[in-house]
Design a protein around this ligand. Structure first.
Ligand code: AMP
Ligand code: MG
Length: 334
């Protein structure tokens, strides 16, 4: 297994957090746990360090990053103004898997925003990430700690396997509890808009705001999570209706493929002739937490096709369906 020889520590010591903060101060890259996925972090105010993130990920430098900060009270330091909607959402959902896009403050270099006049900011809900932000004192800009277009890492092992020595320090905070990326809400204009569904549900946002929110199917190509192909395993992903998963998997197998199956909870216990079968949890929370790990496992098993279906697009199901669609998107489009 790639990266399997690295030792995985789940207890994080103050010493490690201090060391990681030093690495950030000297312009290095630190992989850090958050509740969503592991991030590849750099000092948000150091353009050279930020440039290394793009180089290591193989990500186009025009694609903006999220600036992670230690508390909602720091928001004003990073943005030009905080409209009432943003204040309300920050107070209600931070720390948590919600990213707010606002007008960029002077502290944020254009390198971190892909040249945009807006900046994405969030406060992660993870004790290790918060300890690092507190020890470091500044903002940490961090996309997911994976190569561009690939599956996001939800455990430190995934980061070692994916990035190896390209990252200067890996803080191991155990498996991520949310498992899909943050919800991104653009609050820089008149009407708040969901740019990417994620760990905070549309329903919870709408309840907090007392209004309906639009989720545009395709938004700016500057948002990599909105590229047709993203979050993609090596295996080709085929999406069908839940009732057709077994038939589809077996006919793909007959064509000579090694088929992996994400078996919907509604079909639990149904026998399937396939190379590998993963029973999808009934609870959207549990499914979101495990989704990227499932895709990774099926790749590791050597599957070349993964057959899956979309969950109901309510609650966290919206983010899960979004990630599965991107995983199944046309590959030539990156
Ligand atoms: P990741 O793809 O894991 O790096 O997560 C970062 C996400 O935040 C990406 O989808 C970015 O495009 C998005 N993002 C960051 N800054 C902005 C911004 N100013 N406007 C729109 N999206 C942004
Ligand atoms: Mg990513």
């Amino acid at each position: 297994m790639r990266g399997g020889e690295r030792i995985c520590r789940v207890t994080v010591h103050t010493h490690d957090v201090e060391k990681a903060a030093d690495v950030l101060r000297s312009g290095g890259l630190v992989a850090l746990p958050t509740e969503t996925v592991y991030g590849l972090g750099a000092d948000a105010e150091n353009p050279a360090a930020v440039a290394r993130i793009f180089q290591v990920k193989g990500r186009p430098s025009s694609h903006p990053l999220i600036v992670h900060i230690g508390g909602a009270e720091q928001l004003d330091q990073w943005v030009e103004e905080v409209p009432a909607t943003a204040r309300l959402l920050a107070e209600r959902f931070w720390p948590g898997p919600l990213t707010l896009v606002l007008r960029r403050g002077h502290r944020v270099p254009l390198e971190a925003t892909g040249g945009l006049d807006t900046v994405a900011v969030r406060v992660p809900d993870h004790p290790v990430a918060l300890a690092l932000l507190s020890a470091f004192g500044g903002g940490v800009t961090a996309p997911s700690a994976n190569r561009f277009g690939q599956i996001s890492p939800t455990a430190a092992d995934h980061v070692h396997a994916e990035l190896g020595d390209a990252v200067d320090f890996v803080l191991d905070g155990g498996p991520c509890t949310v498992g899909v990326e943050s919800t991104i809400v653009d609050v820089s204009g008149d009407a708040p808009t969901i740019l990417r569904p994620g760990g905070v549900t549309r329903e919870d946002l709408e309840a907090a705001l007392g209004r309906r929110l639009e989720v545009p199917e395709t938004s700016s190509t500057r948002v990599p999570g909105q590229h047709p192909s993203h979050y993609a395993p090596r295996a080709r992903v085929v999406l069908v209706e839940p009732a057709k998963v077994v038939v589809e998997a077996e006919s793909v197998r007959e064509l000579g493929h090694k088929v992996g199956v994400l078996l919907p909870a509604s079909l639990a216990g149904t026998p399937v002739e396939a190379h590998a079968v993963v029973a999808v949890p009934d609870s959207p929370t549990a499914y979101a937490r495990a989704l990227f790990g499932f895709l990774r496992d099926l790749d590791q098993e050597g599957c070349d096709v993964i057959v899956a279906s979309l969950p109901d697009e309510e609650g966290l199901g919206l983010a899960i369906a979004n990630r599965l669609r991107r995983a199944a998107g046309p590959r030539g489009s990156l």
